[in-house]
Design a protein around this ligand. Sequence first.
Ligand code: AMP
Ligand code: TRP
Length: 340
Amino acid sequence: MGTSSAPVDPYHAGMGRVFSGIKPTGPVTLGNYLGALRTWVDAQDADDCVYCVVDLHALTVPSDPAQLRALTLELATVLVAIGLDPRRCTLFVQGHVHEHAELAWLMECTASVGELRRMTQFKEKSDDQHFVSAGLFTYPALMAADILLYDTDRVPVGDDQRQHLELTRDLAERFNSRFGATFVVPEAAVPPVAARVMDLQDPTRKMSKTEESPQGVVLLLDEPASIERKIRRAVTDTGTDVRYDPVAKPGVSNLLAILGAATGRHPAAVAEGYDRYGPLKADCAAAVVELLRPVQARYAELVADPAEVTTILRAGADKAQAVAGPTLARARSAVGLLPR
Ligand code: AMP
Ligand code: TRP
């Protein structure tokens, strides 16, 4: 539960609130699914969950308008297909709820340039780019706004987002101490298994939807034959023994982690069943294909009737705004913005 004494909205009483977001910057990968999205589905029954396709965050890097629109709808459709259920969670698009952009400004004025400069993701994403938007730099302030608008207790994310969560907590605490209790201070919830799925061709890099090496990245909507081919051709390590050792054997360990996550086992326990790479790859591919089969079937149904997803998103934005509006009003009043 959160630690601040911010006003509790009645809708939220009794359950922890969970918030998370995902950018529509490319097709959803197996890494997104195992590292983050699966925990979103699981959290629906225990908590009051709010999930967001963060299209405003996608604008921080050069993006094509038609493609952004298509990716936003595709991602929302995937989220429904994996099992996010509008009766059990709130699913919406960030740009539909203007409170996000507005609270982001207050967060930009709460964050210091020094702390934003220390964000490793900014460093990674701005290195070697000829154009770096100011939005890329202030990205974590918008992310903090996303989370704080919903009096969030827990934020399920992959390991790479820990630093942004720490910043969000710092900003919430700073704001509360300057202006009085306004925000709940959230916590990160990083899953213990397969928190980080690596690229199959370069297992020292995260599997990423914006990666250039398509052979190293398994997409959620990949055909079974393509999934099998990518996993069969995954880079393995020197030697032939199968053991879970992400430093000495990153390639094999990644396959063990994927197979473990797909079948609910620890990668080290999975390793005990194998003494060669071939059977490990075959089982890993089969497990991933089985894991994704029902998701792909549901996706095909939804794509055939796109109105269903648009309706879910419209209702989700209304539900989200009913919570975000009062939080923004509280924050505006706390900093001394004159009421209209
Ligand atoms: P992104 O694709 O960067 O928008 O990330 C969406 C969510 O998926 C975030 O919570 C990430 O931490 C998580 N994620 C992205 N890539 C991976 C990966 N290779 N392994 C585990 N989690 C990931
Ligand atoms: N920054 C996150 C990522 O790159 C996406 C994100 C935006 C997010 N706002 C959020 C995640 C709020 C959790 C909560 O993956």
